[in-house]
Unconditional design. Structure first.
Length: 189
């Protein structure tokens, strides 16, 4: 077993962040890594990018939609299965509304082709500041998707509100790739 691991390590390069890239496409002894998969688990060869975050209304105490646009590169190696949005700690925690969550192809508030969601919410308690949406089918490499999350109202207090965005490849619900932070300025008018 140790020899197989050494042989596998000699054919692979581990980059910071735990992304595994195969240099060899086959292994005569049965230790192989196909593009986008390792031991049956999906992974990204090239991670998606958070290209835009926007809020429909920036006034405190008003209903709003928070949008996160993600581009899946052509050479991603795996489709995008799910996205998790988590509000960073702040004076006020927003409750994201899973019932009004949606997604579409493209990157503007005008919307685009709707994308079906197979699951919304994930394992989240009521009034959580975290929401996961799962695409059905997954978003193919080369496409851009926008996730729209509604809140009943913006925070009572103006300020900067930040949301961590994490992408999950098809076939791997365990290994999300952090895409960055969506940042919204909410104002007291």
């Amino acid at each position: 077993m140790f020899n197989k691991l050494v042989q596998f390590a000699a054919r692979s390069l581990i980059l910071s962040g735990g992304v595994l890239i195969s240099i060899s496409s086959s292994d005569p002894q049965g230790v192989a890594a196909n593009a986008g998969q390792f031991q049956g688990q999906g992974y990204f060869d090239h991670a998606p990018r958070l290209v835009r975050s926007a809020v429909s209304m920036s006034a405190a105490r008003t209903p709003a939609t928070y949008q996160f646009t993600i581009s899946v590169p052509q050479d991603a190696g795996s489709p995008l299965q799910a996205v998790r949005v988590l509000q960073e700690k702040n004076v006020e925690i927003l409750s994201l509304n899973p019932d009004r969550s949606r997604a579409f192809l493209g990157d503007s508030f005008a919307g685009g082709t709707p994308v079906a969601l197979s699951a919304i919410g994930g394992s989240r308690p009521v009034d959580s500041n975290e929401l996961t949406v799962e695409f059905n089918p997954p978003i193919a490499p080369g496409q851009t998707v926008t996730v729209s999350l509604d809140v009943s109202q913006n925070p009572q207090l103006g300020g900067i509100y930040q949301f961590e965005v994490t992408a999950y490849p098809a076939g791997n619900e365990q290994s999300g790739v952090p895409l960055g932070v969506g940042r919204f300025n909410i104002y007291n008018y």
